[in-house]
Design a protein around this ligand. Structure first.
Ligand SMILES: O=C(O)/C=C/C(=O)CC(=O)CC(=O)O
Ligand SMILES: [Ca+2]
Ligand SMILES: [Mg+2]
Length: 265
């Protein structure tokens, strides 16, 4: 295996990234918008997502160039500009679309599993300073689009069947098109390890689990297509950052360091 060069396993036409961990949504909301109403009202009714950039998705091991860009101004000065000072990872998995749907048609939530070929690991690299300044009102753009890393192996949903578990109870009850007969998650322990340049060995920085997701993969597919938008084979649907409720299970440095305020070692 060490002699093999891994390549992207699919041609990715489109990439969408969801926002489906409640803990992550609450923490990001608190950091970016304040503690009053950290989770927006719509979050509990629909799986929120943004459209990502497919061209910069690379395979694990590919160097990612530190992005340059604008950051928030401090006081009356103009916005900052330069290499990002807040480069972050986001612990995610992503679904690879199988057959997909025709333009104008929707995928039924109870049949949506047939449209997911399998899952990969994903890191949605994020420049928090660029993101914090640019995201109002249209959401993430250059703070995310410089790079996204996925693993070369696609684990099929069939292979994950032994790890299937119940999804969390959803309150308020979702609208009919998001209501599923069987609502399933997967018990997949996930870890992030970082090896700083001058260190010999990597250290673990977080331990989370796929089952921390509130919205299921099948609800994401049903919601994505409810307006008739067509998913195509090879499209990538990121789960969103998978944070748990514990301090040790947060899925990015923004949360682990509380936007740089908390020392993380
Ligand atoms: O709350 C925000 O404004 C932004 C949050 C993110 O950066 C998260 C994102 O990319 C979606 C996710 O990974 O859950
Ligand atoms: Ca993300
Ligand atoms: Mg990214």
């Amino acid at each position: 295996m060490s002699k093999v060069r891994m390549l992207l396993p699919i041609v990715i036409g489109d990439y969408t990234d969801f926002f489906s961990s409640m803990h992550h949504a609450k923490n990001c909301g608190t950091i970016f918008r304040g503690p009053e109403n950290p989770i927006p009202q719509n979050w509990f009714h629909l799986p929120i997502a943004y459209h990502g950039r497919a061209s910069s998705i690379v395979i694990s091991g590919t160097d990612v160039v530190r992005p340059r860009g604008q950051g928030p101004p401090s006081g009356n000065s103009p916005p900052s500009f330069g290499p990002s000072q807040k480069l972050d990872f986001e612990l995610e998995m992503a679904a690879v679309v199988g057959p997909g749907n025709k333009l104008g048609e929707s995928i039924d939530v109870n049949k949506a599993a047939d449209h997911i070929f399998g899952l990969v690991l994903m890191n949605d690299w994020s420049a928090r300073d660029i993101q914090a300044w640019e995201y109002v009102p249209l959401g993430p753009f250059l703070g995310k689009s410089f790079g996204t890393t996925i693993s070369p192996w696609i684990v099929t949903l069939e292979a994950l069947e032994p790890f299937a578990c119940d999804a969390p109870k959803q309150e308020p009850h979702p609208l009919l098109y998001l209501e599923e007969k069987i609502s399933r998650n997967y018990d997949i322990p996930l870890e992030v390890w970082i090896k700083p340049a001058k260190h010999q060995h990597p250290s673990i920085v977080t331990k989370s689990n796929f089952k921390n997701l509130y919205w299921t993969l099948t609800q994401q597919v049903a919601h994505h297509t409810i307006n008739g938008c067509n998913l195509r084979p090879g499209d990538l649907l990121g789960t969103g950052t998978i944070s748990g409720s514990e301090d040790e299970s947060l899925g990015c440095l923004l949360e682990l360091s509380w936007n740089g305020k908390k020392r993380y070692s």
